[in-house]
Design a protein around this ligand. Structure first.
Ligand code: PLP
Length: 354
């Protein structure tokens, strides 16, 4: 820290992203990216947009918003796009929390929530998951705080039902409830249709995972118009041109090419079942996942050892040192070929342990 660094951020611990090695070629199953390239149509639209990069991008994202509006059955005024969903999550902390309304989220969830709260100077409470790594719904009833829940949750992959989320929404009419649906396309149930019924609901999504666009940075919020206006107040106070032209065009193309998206999601779900079953035969216990990753452990191997030995063999997975998580590793669902390599290396590691 330099002597010039703001005293406001002295205690701030930034988020640690998963490793993104640029030198050696790893089988990358550590950051929940898609193993598939973006839709060819989305790529073509991005290339065409590159010819107009001398001009600022459209701050209203009109074409993208209109396309999303017709695909998702919500009004254009109920949608706001952002530079990755991380950005709109941060905007939500700024817009919907203050001294009277601190934030609340599970103790085991997306690691960015406490970082955003700290950066925004907002108090937060972390509520423990139950012994099966599930979110305990009643803990959030009438809590009087701004609720952040990832559904499916990370890094567990466990999803809540629409009814469970409705309970949280209806018992907190005076608080905003933010549902982060980064992984919903892999088997969860989206609560997007509930925005008409609950004026306190913000649904956040991303093109990073199910639409293979992590490198483009595109996220969104869907909510009642009044909440979207609040988020726009924050956006226009920060960076009106937060989405670049190529990303905007690629996002529009990805929405139009729905068949490609659906096919890839189905393949990931199929590969998830294949991987979970194969690991079970090797003695692994895996939490029930509705996401494009699994959270798994083996009594014969510590999470850390498994992670490190896989890395030596050229396969990257994610390991978290947090006490309750340290026995597990999180494995992103790759292509069938990547999974087969992971399984082969895993069998070797278990053999070497004997
Ligand atoms: C990946 C992820 C995001 C953010 O993704 P962006 O790439 O910023 O859109 C948000 N929430 C959760 C739970 C995630 O895992």
């Amino acid at each position: 820290m330099s002597r010039f660094f703001s005293s406001r951020y002295e205690a701030l611990t930034p988020y640690t992203p998963g490793e993104q090695p640029q030198e050696r070629q790893f089988i990358k199953l550590n950051t929940n990216e898609s193993p598939f390239p973006p839709s060819p149509f989305a790529q073509r639209m991005a290339r065409e947009a590159a010819g107009d990069l001398q001009l600022y991008s459209d701050p209203t994202c009109r074409l993208l918003v209109e396309t999303a509006s017709s695909k998702w059955g919500v009004d254009p005024e109920e949608i706001l796009f952002s530079n990755g969903s991380d950005e709109i999550l941060y905007f939500s902390f700024l817009a919907f929390c203050d001294e009277k309304r601190p934030a609340v989220f599970p103790d085991i969830t997306y690691g960015f929530y406490p970082v955003f709260a700290q950066l925004a100077g907002i108090a937060y409470e972390e509520i423990p998951l139950d012994e099966n790594f599930r979110v305990r719904i009643p803990d959030y009833f009438g809590c009087g705080k701004t609720v952040f829940i990832a559904n499916p949750n990370a890094p567990t992959g466990i999803a809540l039902s629409k009814e469970e989320i409705e309970h949280i929404l209806s018992s907190n009419p005076d608080s905003v409830v933010i549902i982060d649906e980064a992984y919903v396309d892999f088997g969860g149930e989206s609560v997007m249709p509930l925005i008409k019924k609950y004026k306190n609901l913000v649904v956040i999504g991303t093109f990073s995972k199910s639409r293979s666009m992590a490198g483009a940075r595109l996220g969104f919020a869907v909510a009642d118009q009044a909440l979207i206006r609040d988020l726009n107040t924050v956006k226009y106070s920060f960076n009106p041109y937060n989405i670049n032209r190529m990303t905007m065009a690629a996002g529009t193309g990805a929405l139009i090419d729905e068949a490609y998206f659906k096919r890839n999601c189905a393949t990931i779900c199929e590969n998830r079942r294949y991987l979970t079953e194969a690991l079970a035969k090797l003695g692994f216990e895996t939490l029930p996942s509705s996401a494009n990753f699994i959270f798994t452990k083996n009594a014969k191997l510590s999470g850390r050892d498994y992670y490190e030995k896989l890395k030596e063999k050229g396969v990257l997975v994610r390991w978290f040192s947090k006490k309750r998580l340290e026995d597990h590793v999180r494995i992103s669902i790759g292509s069938r070929e990547e999974i087969d390599i992971l399984l082969k290396k895993t069998a070797e590691i278990l053999e070497e342990e004997k």
